[in-house]
Ligand binder design. Structure first.
Ligand code: NAD
Ligand code: DAU
Length: 375
């Protein structure tokens, strides 16, 4: 479908991953009209998109994915033929405190969007021809893997890069979510697939591992800890810091989304991961080392900020993605080595202290509240 005009709705485009996806599509496909729909919750920040906000092929709409009538209007108004759905409540700790909001946004919001797309597309003469509903999901729906280092590899695998076990999440794994967040994402994935199976809607679902990079809200491990190291505040490590996550640079996720949106097979699932497993405690030590170096402090002088705290309830031990399908069928590869990606990330937060301060103080929200008052 490249080089023809398309009207693509990207939801959650003011958030962390969404802003990188919006930027990539706006700059790479000037022939497309990109409509970014975002409610601007605490996690949405239009400052993430300052550089492209006046592009001719870009429109921002402040809206809630739970507002079915408005979604129906927008589908018609912008003649949407492709949807990339990222809008969600995304933080596990918040889901433990407030599961209702997660069910509302992630389940009911996704269902509203599916129904609005269905009602618009089914009324067109060509119906679902040339349409796409692409749902962005998470590896957390698969549950947790064990930590068991394969025989003979124990020495090389003690630090980062992994693997830390002989099992990986494959597209064929059954779902086994543990947190209210992952349960809500699992439910939304099921709804998306049901719309393909029941109504014939062209859908794709992808399940990605942990992202890191610029513009991530500083409640998540990496930006929270970078900020705390800068300010010399304690670094709250859950449990013993033994949990393992598979980290992927956010721009590589955005590039995977681009490839899958254009070349992915309808009704398929693709797993996306960095093949880059780190125990939290090892990752945190790397973060301290890199941040101290870039701040001109003595290397690792902030190790004593590490503070072990009560573990997260239901804390999944290990996530690790097998991306073989995406690599072999669609030719995707992550472009950035972890060492390079993490240094780039720390440097971005140091160079964008104002962004960090605004997000932490909530000032950016007051600004948008005024701007959108009464709309
Ligand atoms: P984020 O929390 O940074 O951004 C979410 C965005 O959605 C925000 O801009 C927010 O304003 C918007 N939003 C929330 N509720 C909304 C609503 N009701 N209506 C409209 N907009 C709403 O999240 P993220 O980390 O960028 O994640 C984006 C998507 O990718 C999510 O679906 C998440 O489950 C998935 N994902 C994230 C990761 C990760 O590591 N961050 C990994 C895999 C999958
Ligand atoms: O795996 C993909 C998922 O990755 C996404 O679907 C989620 O949206 C995203 O938030 C992320 O979930 P995690 O729970 O893995 O990310 P988080 O940054 O919250 O935590 C990473 C690890 O660090 C996890 O094992 C918990 C731990 N942690 C986290 C925080 C915030 C700490 O030890 N201390 C902390 O303060």
């Amino acid at each position: 479908m490249k080089n023809c005009k398309r009207n693509i709705l990207i939801t959650g485009g003011a958030g962390f991953i969404g802003s990188h996806v919006v930027r990539l599509f706006v700059t790479r496909y000037p022939e497309y009209h990109i409509i970014n729909l975002d409610k601007l919750t605490y996690a949405g920040n239009l400052a993430n998109l300052k550089d492209i906000e006046s592009a001719l092929n870009y429109t921002f709409v402040k809206a809630d994915i739970c507002d079915f009538e408005l979604l129906e209007e927008l589908m018609k108004k912008y003649k949407i033929d492709g949807i990339i759905h990222l809008a969600a409540e995304s933080h596990v700790d918040r889901s433990i405190k407030d599961p209702f909001t997660f069910a509302k946004t992630n389940v009911m919001g996704t269902l509203s969007l599916l129904q609005a797309a269905r009602s618009y597309w089914e009324a067109l003469p060509e119906k679902y021809e040339g349409k796409m509903f692409y749902h962005i999901s998470t590896d957390e729906v698969y549950g947790a893997l064990e930590l068991n280092i394969p025989e003979g590899d124990s020495e090389t695998n003690k630090c980062g890069g992994g693997p830390f076990g002989d099992r990986f999440f494959k597209e064929t794994n059954s779902y086994n979510p543990h947190s209210p967040y992952s349960a809500s994402k699992a439910s939304s994935d099921h709804f998306v697939r049901s719309f393909h199976d029941t109504y014939g809607m062209p859908t794709i679902v992808t399940n990605c591992s942990n992202n890191y990079g610029p513009c991530q809200f500083p409640e998540k491990l990496i930006p929270l800890f970078i900020n705390n190291i800068i300010l010399r505040k304690p670094l709250p490590v859950y449990g013993k810091g033994e949990n393992v996550r598979d980290w992927l640079y956010v721009v590589d996720h955005a590039k995977a989304i681009d490839i899958i949106f254009h070349k992915g097979k309808i009704a398929e699932t693709y797993n996306i991961g960095g093949s880059n497993e780190w125990k939290n405690i090892d990752l945190i030590k790397v973060l301290i080392k890199v941040t101290d170096k870039l701040l001109g402090r003595t290397e690792c002088e902030d190790l004593d900020l590490i503070t072990y705290v009560t573990d997260r309830a239901g804390h999944d031990l290990r996530y690790a993605i097998d991306s073989t399908k995406l690599k072999t069928e669609l030719g995707w590869e992550p472009s950035l080595q972890f060492e390079e990606g993490i240094e780039k990330t720390v440097r971005w937060y140091l160079d964008n202290q104002e962004w960090l301060d605004h997000v932490i103080s909530g000032d950016y929200q007051k600004y948008y509240e005024q701007m959108y008052q009464g709309r």
